[in-house]
Every structure is written in structure tokens, then in C-alpha cells.
Write a protein that binds this ligand. Sequence first.
Ligand SMILES: O=c1ccn([C@@H]2O[C@H](COP(=O)(O)OP(=O)(O)O[C@H]3O[C@H](CO)[C@@H](O)[C@H](O)[C@H]3O)[C@@H](O)[C@H]2O)c(=O)[nH]1
Ligand SMILES: [Mn+2]
Length: 731
Amino acid sequence: MGDKSNLPLFETKSANNRFIFRLYTLSIFISICFIFYFRIHHLPESKTAEKLAWLGAFFSELWFAFYWFLTIIVRWNPSYRQTFKDRLSQRYEGDFPGIDIFVCTADPVIEPPTMVINTVLSIMAYNYPPEKMSIYLSDDGGSDLTFYALLESSQFSKKWLPFCRKFNVEPRSPEAYFRSAVEPLNDCLLSTELSSIKNLYEDMKKRIETVAELGRIPDDIRKQHKGFLEWDTVLSQRDHQTILQIVIDGRDPMAVDSEEQPLPTLVYLAREKRPQYNHHFKAGAMNALIRVSSRISNAPIILNVDCDMYSNNMDSVRDVLCFFMDEENGDEIGFIQFPQTFDNLTTNDLYSSSFDVINKVELHGMDNNGGPPYIGTGCFHRRETLCGRKYRRGSKSESLKWDHHQRIQDSASVLEETCKPLASCGYEENTEWGKEMGLKYGCPVEDVLTGFAIHCRGWRSIYFNPERKGFLGVAPTTLLQSLVQHKRWTEGDLQIFLSQYCPLLYGHGKIPLKLQLSYCVYLLWAANCLASLYYVTIPSLCLLRGISLFPKVSSQWSYPFIYTIMATSTCSAGEFVWCGGTLRGWWNDQRIWLYKRTASYFFAFFDNILRLLGTSKSAFVITAKVADNDVSKRYERELMEFGAPSPMFTILTTLAWLNALSFIGVLLKLAVHGQTPDQLAMQIILCGLLVCVNQPLYEGIFLRKDKGKMPTSVAYKSAAYALVACSLAYV
Ligand SMILES: O=c1ccn([C@@H]2O[C@H](COP(=O)(O)OP(=O)(O)O[C@H]3O[C@H](CO)[C@@H](O)[C@H](O)[C@H]3O)[C@@H](O)[C@H]2O)c(=O)[nH]1
Ligand SMILES: [Mn+2]
């Protein structure tokens, strides 16, 4: 047997069989060249309208080709990671570093406390020495309900952690576990303990929900913990002092579970909020957490999760250490990102929220190009990378050594008092926080921007997507939420592209070109709106006027168009199904792709322009994690939810009307004049496809009676807009 001690802790595999993919790429490339040749050589000479429409199509296609090229870059050479946890524990079991885990919540109504504590409990139950874990709950909602729920969960954890250990259960979010647990038939012990812990959980949940319905903490509960006194001076959610409570002090020998095993440290933090200060949303919360935790536990590794993303894999911390502690390649790794996966998706993923293709294809490709971006949740950082340190090649990191708990002797209450100023509004004034220290401010996607800056400081990141998902979260369950979330993301992404941090400029010389270009795939999402809007309106309107923008189907020039469309669609459908989706899911994905591009991206683009002109400031609209019963039922039946009037819907509905009218109009025209459709066939097919993809929207206007139908006001308004557009095109 050879010497096992220098076997690596992780392994990287490249995808094989890239030949076919590259052949496909080449064929599309050639086909695109033909299309451009056709566009240039068949530019109409006569009428201006025709010429302009033609040029518009040409520019749209140029954009699509450029963007397609970017998507090829992130697909070119995917890599897959595997960890060896047995080697890790053989070599380092007793020397594991501490880890600080930040859970962020911001609103007790749209992020219910029971959901938050399920996330906290799942994390407390990691298969990792509890004395080395500290969990911080940041509550930007400043809510005593959330605090109360956390207290309850600290009591419940004393039973829950031993239960998880004893029966080795997964997932370790109680709610998710009880949802999926089947009654064991031949294990009496498990069966009784399961029902007893389940009862305990249900009781706790009921207590929390009763208090939440009441809207305030009853006096008898208030008396149970000194922490509630803090709320005596809270003026409102946006106006209060720092509230910091060490709910479980892991150093305390009395902090043990029902089996006398130590418990992890558990801290509640609501940083100070004052109306006159900008609080910088999640980035501000994270920076306060970085400072407060540096004094309480100062662990060298930080995990950040959103409150709606429970840990689904008890070994994630060990997986991550396989990367950070690898003797050969560990030192250059700044952060490790897990995919964002969700456990509330429907079979055909109505709103295309699964990100399966991104998770299973693109991010693997980006990993090979230099590392995935930081996407907010499910990400493990070295503390030093978050704090602005540069990576120096060849430098051996000592940063994973950790003895903070032994050094800090202060009692919990002294710690609480000395830490409070670190989370105050004024602390960051005239400091580098939000700039070179911690997460960056001023961008709705603070995560991507911060991750990019870390890459530019020389670190690489790792994308880790194990078979058993590391984290599972809650995806939006209505169309509007999904569109609004995407608007925030793409607005922030484009903002980065247009800022001094544009990867092509700022990243030049700092990160590989392929990583710069990979970032552009996401940062330019919003920029897709113009070409897309053009393609779904002008060709259809041109039909009414009889302007042809594509070659005759009978001519050879139609081949490159047909080939490009067919091949890219087949490839995308194949990729989608390979990633675990259904064909119907792919079709839904095409629809949402269209809706996002024409609504979310359009508003994101527009808001960026307004911001550059100085008339608008970006905000952070928190995504709701609960829906009322009716809405949930429709979601489960995969009925598209419209319901509320919104400018986003006005755009979508106008486009749907416009294509329906054009489609009917041109068919009538052809029938009346008895023409053959050869010259316009491709345009008619495009328009027909748009009508097909919009089917749920027409149903929402004409057929549905439930509350999720398209609001009548939107339907009428949009019909009027579309009619105006069509008549202008016609005359
Ligand atoms: O003022 C705020 C606003 C939000 N949050 C928290 O930030 C997280 C993300 O908010 P959410 O509304 O769920 O947004 P998502 O679009 O689901 O979040 C993704 O996108 C965000 C950037 O837009 C990242 O911050 C997130 O980590 C990432 O998961 C949640 O835990 C919130 O509690 C705060 O702590 N303070
Ligand atoms: Mn979220």
C-alpha cells in the first residue's frame, strides 16, 4: 500500500464526449455566418420602413449571436468535483476549524418564523463538532416573534439533535423531515421516538403560530427571557437599537442537549436601524454579522444561507473542508458555492424556477473557467476573503487554525454589550466596510459583485453540486413574484456591467478572459430585452404590412435560419431533459424565458438607464415565501397566476394581443387575396409560435374565472395598445 497521507482530498473530472458538442457549435457558427451574409446581401433598397425593419432584425440577430457565443463559453469545458470525506476525517478529524453560519431574515410576515427556525435547526444538526459551530440569525425585521421562535428552537434542538444523530436522519429540517418521513414498520424504537419528537415539534410550531397570530408576545412568555426587555425601546422595524442575544453560549458547560452533548453557539442579532441611515439590505446585515461574529467566535470559515434555504445534507461542512484543507490546491480557494435548489417545484416547473440548466451545465462550465459567482445563499467563504484579503500565489495559509473560544474569556453578557456597537448604524462611517471590506454596497446583487471582487483579488472559487443537494429553498410561486425577483437580479447584474466593475475592464489582467466572458452571460441578461422585444413585435407587425423579413421557405437562404432554430431548440430541449426536466417543462421554460426577457429584463434595463440619468434608486423587494391557500392550490395544479394588475402583465398581455391580431390578420389577408404564403411563411410561423406559447395567457383573459385570471383592466388596456400598434402597422 502506498502512502495515503498525500492523496488529495478532492478530485476534479472533466466532461468527456465534447466532440459532438464542438461539432454542433461549429455547425451553428457556420449557419450564423450564412444568415449574416444573407442579411447584408439582401438589404432592401427601396422603402425606408422595410429597410429599417430589416436592419433591426439584423442587429437583433447580431446580438443573439454574440450572446449565444457567451453561452458557449460557459458550456465549453465543464468540470465536476468529488470530495473524499473519509480521507479528511482520517487526517484532520480533531483539528477541524470553527465555522460561523449566518442566516438572514428580514420580515416575520413574508418569511414566517417557523420557516426561519427550520433552517436554523437543520444547520445546528450538521454532522460537525457542535463546539466548533456558531449560528447567527440576523433579523432585519427586528421582530420579537422571530426572537421568540429562536428561543423555542434552542429548546427543541436539545431533543432534535440527539434524534438526528441517533437515527442518522436526513433532511435535518424538522418540517421537511416530517413531511417525507415514512412510518418505520419494523423499527419500534424509531417509531416511538419519531412520534414523540414529532409531537414536540408540532406543539412548538403551534405555540409559535399562536403568538404570531396574536401579533405580540404574551406577558408570561416575555418573563421567561431577559432578551424580550430589549423590545421595550424598539420604536419600529426601521428604528431601533442593536439587539444582540447569545441564546446558546457554546462555551458554557451547561449548554448541552438531552444526551449531554455540547450544543452549537446560537446568537440572535437585529442590527441597529435608524431612518436617517441607509441600511444596505442584506449586504449591510452580512457585514454586521461579520464584525459581531469576529468577536464572539471568529471562525475562519463562514457559511451564508438565506432563511428559506434549509440544509439538506448533514455533511456539507465536511465536503467544504475537503476543498479548503486540501494540501495541494486548497489555499487558493476563496469560496465554495452550492447550487440554489428548491423543494417546492411542480412537475413541469411552471415558472421555470429550477435553474436546472444553470446548475447542472453552466455553473460547472464556469467552475472550469475560474469559478462560479457567489450567489448569496449556500456559499462557504474563508473569513479573510470576505474581509478583503488578496490571495498571493504560493503563500501557505494559516488561516484555518482556530482557537478563539479558548482565548475569549468574557461572559456572554459582557460579549453582548461589547459587540453591540459593532452592529450600530454609525460604525461603518468613514471605513472601508461596504467597499473593500465585507460585502459591497449599492447593488441589488451584492453577492455577485462581492464574489467578482474576490475573484479579482486572486482567489478562485469552487462549484460543488453533490448528488444529495446541499440546500433546498423556496422558489417563487406566482408569475409576478418570479418576474420581480428576476427584475432585481438582472437590474443588479446589468448595473455591475455598466459600473467600474465591468468584468471586461476591471477584470482585465486580474481574472482569465474566459471568466470575464462567463460573468457577462449573467451580467448581460437584461440587455437581451431589446433584441427580444424587437423579434416578438416587428416581424409580426410587418406581416400586416406585407413586409418580408426572412427568405422564402422555398429558397436556399431559408436553410441556415431553419437549421439554426431547429438545432439550437433541439439542443436546448435535450439539455433540459438531460438535466431532469420534462418536455412540457421545457416548453414552460421557453414561455418564461420570453416573459422574463420582455418584462423583467425590460424594466431592469429601463431602471438602469434611469439610474444612470440619476432619477431612480434601486431597492430590494424581498421575495415572499408564503402564499395564501388558493394561490398555492393553483400553483400545484400548474395554473399560471396573474391576479394582480401590474405593468409587467400589461407588457406581456399587449404582446400576446399583438401577435394574436397579427396572426389572424395575416391569415385573413392571405385568404382574401388568395396568395401563397411562401414569402411570409417563416414570419407567420414565428408569429404562430408566439401565439402558441402564450396560450395560458389567453386562457387567463378569456376562459378563467378564478382569482388568478388576468385582471380585466389589464386585458382591456393591453388590447387597446395592441390595436393601436396593429392599425399603425396596417395603414
Ligand atoms: O434588507 C434585507 C433584505 C433581504 N434580506 C435577506 O436576504 C435574503 C434574500 O432575499 P430574498 O428576498 O429571498 O431574495 P432572493 O432573490 O431569493 O435572493 C437571492 O438574490 C439576492 C440578491 O438579489 C441574494 O442576496 C440572495 O442571497 C439570493 O438568494 C433573505 O434571506 C432575506 O431575509 C436581509 O437580510 N435584509
Ligand atoms: Mn430567497
